[in-house]
Design a protein around this ligand. Sequence first.
Ligand SMILES: [Zn+2]
Length: 374
Amino acid sequence: MTSNPFDPNAILDGIRRWVEIETPTEAPEQVNKLATLVADGYRDLPATTERIAGKDGCGDHLVTRSSWGQEQPGILVLSHLDTVHPMGFIERLKFRTEGDSAFGPGIYDMKGGAYIAFQAFRQLCRNGERPPLGITHIFTSDEEIGSPTSRALIEAEGQRAKYVLVTEPARDGGKVVTGRKGVGRFEVFIKGTPAHAGSRPEDGRSAIRELANVIDTLEALNDPKRGVTVNVGVVRGGTRPNVIAENAYAEVDLRVPSFADADELVARILSLRSRTEGVSVEVTGELNRPPYEKGNAGAALFEHAKRLAADLGFELVDTYTGGGSDGNFTAAHTATLDGLGVDGKGAHTHYEQIYISSIEPRARLLHRLYQTLR
Ligand SMILES: [Zn+2]
């Protein structure tokens, strides 16, 4: 047995076991394999684990609840077990350490963070501690595709909780996240009239030409000062160069800092109309993650975490990001603090890594949060 309960090397061994089970969102049997390993880790702890069967091609979700404190609003911890990396990616990004870095698929986003939160809970239990608030930890299977099968669960548990702690990666020197933009996703379907481009061009109405109008209109909605971004990220259309295109299609990503911006921009995108007679434009989509605005309760939670970090010997700084997380689903109702995972870099890339020196302080911070929140 190690004398330091937060020995980074021991924790890293555990993270490695989670990383070496590859868990692409679209490989539910793999995600389930890891969920089983995670559930095993709770077997000797004063906690119940509930497994919610996966659906729509996603893996299972795991909900663990401390045996104490469940009769009142407590702490909800959110982690996801899935990664963006496809099966076999581990051949390219084998678990390895090099100096202060440990590499592996999903190690930073977010198996490192999920593991240290589990470890902090283990430590609490090992010491026989029963802090004032109960702790519920949800491990989901589908965050990387926008949480379609876990959103309802997260919202329901989030509303029941007093605090939400999200173990997404820390950023840029250990910053936590106290705000995120809302995210919208839209599809644009354009239908024109096909014709021979050489012999009967006057009969045609090009869907691709109208797509150009649509792109123009959407791009014009970008407003960097307000923090609004609109990106046409995918386009398709037409069949051959000598045919006036009957169909065109686009996929659009929207990011908004506030609910007011969300209402305005979603309405504007959904009301896109064709500027060309004989061509139809139809838009479907919605806000799939609401904005995560830094509220008073969230600010107080951050201040509390900051004091705990100072006692542990490091300065905790917060930041705001355009990237969404499951924290977006809880922040409007419940004090939420995100980015509590391990520091590192290269999320979603072939050089994804965590900084080993950040393991212990981050694990200790979570442990202190569990101990002190009330
Ligand atoms: Zn993540």
